[in-house]
Design a protein around this ligand. Structure first.
Ligand SMILES: [Zn+2]
Length: 283
């Protein structure tokens, strides 16, 4: 189990490996009643080691409290009672300079990818296998882009860590760097299930049955369809017993088809759910 002792992570069983590698890039201690926010990032770096080295380098003028590697290992760089330099120019709910209020969690992930003729590439020129590519628009954008998938272990460890931080600090909010530095930053992006983590950590909800990282993540090439029945039920599971996801969709509703499974199509309108394939005409 991981615990926090004197603002530094500890483990008694190494199930989640933790280590401390101090960065000189930090300010003084948080004020009373803080930190109350967690900011989630991706590193856009080539490896955990390279990101740790960069965030320890005085030249970077940047740091974070922790970085989570692909296997879920955690490297802490700054104690949790001290301000790290992860958010930069930022603003959220009337407060600016989020470093003064928040704990930074970086995740080792390439982030936004570039499409070339033979596949997808990271900003550092490494080819990313198609199975690790998530195609989705950013929450503040409308065009579909390619992002490197996070590992399941990383997502699990972020949740565990956020729960632990909430037990130890007055955490009230979890946000993405993209939210507090809107327009300037895109991390953690649509491949990261931020809303799910918020639900689980801050509201204790565990009602998501989807195995997908997030509702707006699309793994496959998109097809389009249009509802051919007068009204079409949209369900949360691909079964006639599936719970209804919303009011029925009227004839003519345009659908984005994300996935096909046993006569059911996972579709997206403004919301997402399952409809009978029989009543969708692919266009
Ligand atoms: Zn960031």
């Amino acid at each position: 189990m991981i615990t926090i002792k004197k603002h530094i992570l500890n483990t008694d069983d190494n199930v989640i490996p933790v280590s401390f590698d101090a960065s000189p890039n930090h300010s003084d201690a948080f004020s009373e009643g803080l930190p109350d926010t967690i900011v989630i990032h991706y590193t856009a770096g080539s490896s955990l080691d390279s990101s740790v080295n960069w965030l320890k380098n005085p030249a970077s003028k940047a740091s974070t409290h922790v970085i989570i590697g692909k296997k879920g290992e955690i490297v802490q760089l700054v104690p949790f009672n001290i301000k790290a330099w992860h958010a930069g120019i930022s603003e959220w709910r009337g407060r600016s300079g989020l470093n003064r209020y928040s704990i930074g969690i970086e995740i080792d992930n390439a982030g936004l990818l570039e499409k070339r003729a033979d596949g997808y590439y990271s900003n550092f020129g490494k080819r990313v296998d198609n199975s690790q590519v998530v195609l989705a628009p950013h929450k503040y954008g409308d065009k579909e882009q390619a992002w490197e998938a996070f590992t399941e272990k990383q997502i699990e460890v972020v949740e565990t860590l956020c729960l632990l931080l909430k037990e130890n600090y007055p955490i009230k909010e979890i946000v993405g760097h993209e939210d507090v530095s809107r327009g300037r930053k895109t991390d953690p992006g649509p491949a990261f299930p931020l809303q799910k983590i918020i639900n689980r950590v801050l509201t204790g909800r565990k009602d998501d049955e989807s195995s997908k990282p997030d509702d707006n993540v699309e793994y496959h090439a998109i097809n389009y369809g249009v509802v051919s029945a007068d009204y079409l039920n949209i369900r949360k599971e691909p079964s006639t017993n599936g719970r209804l996801a919303s009011d029925p969709l009227p004839k003519g509703t345009k659908l984005k088809i994300i996935e096909e499974k046993n006569g059911w199509l996972r579709i997206k309108v403004e919301l997402q759910g399952w409809v009978s394939q029989r009543w969708v005409k692919e266009v």
